[in-house]
Design a protein around this ligand. Sequence first.
Ligand code: ATP
Length: 240
Amino acid sequence: PTDNTILELKDVQIAYGQIQAVKGIDFHVSTGELVCLIGANGAGKTTTLNAISGTLPIKSGEIRFAGQDISKLPAHLRLRQGLALVPEGRGIFTRLTVEENLRMGAYTRDDKEAIEQDLERVYSMLPRVKERLAQVAGTLSGGEQQMVAIGRALLSRPKLLLLDEPSMGLAPLVVEKIFEVIQTVVKEGMSILLVEQNANLALEFASRGYVMDGGRITLAGSGSELLNDPAVRSAYLGEA
Ligand code: ATP
């Protein structure tokens, strides 16, 4: 970690009752970085993201965000400080329209003009979303719902965006679009922590990555180092 660190986890443990899901992990994200967390099912990736966003308490250790210990801060205050989560399964409001969903993302803000600008920016990045503003979100395709979920998170103007499996179950062209948006916002200076089953894709775009296994971080490196690591290739990239 450096002065430029936006997120830092120090020896973080997370448990569900007696079940220890995360067994003391350390990692960091620097400002403007795209960092990915990869690993097998049940490794503890979703648990880690939920603890960072504040929807799950930690058992011990420390989570620091923008220079502050946020370990005990309620989730809505973390959002206000610039930490937004797009959860697994997207978490959109299915009975509200697309536009209402997007505007919900800005509920902690009162800078009306900037909100309208951010909406326009989301529309330009995601034209499919703009075409469907009045549609009830529950009737969107899975890919459209994922785009709305990402758009809604962007409307909170996050410093750090937490993305949980954004490509899950989506067609290749939609996945491509989502990664295009991810790259665009990173270029503009946003930081992203990405949990992804599609390790190949995540490592291709990430500056760094961490491999989780059984609640621990077992490997860390640059995206290309991990892509070329024989152990990573055989375990997570489907190679023998
Ligand atoms: P996946 O890719 O399958 O989502 P993951 O790496 O995100 O995997 P987690 O969902 O974080 O893994 O799960 C980590 C461990 O915690 C697993 O053993 C899981 O069974 C357990 N776990 C997750 N949620 C709960 C819960 N609500 N109650 C009890 N145990 C849980």
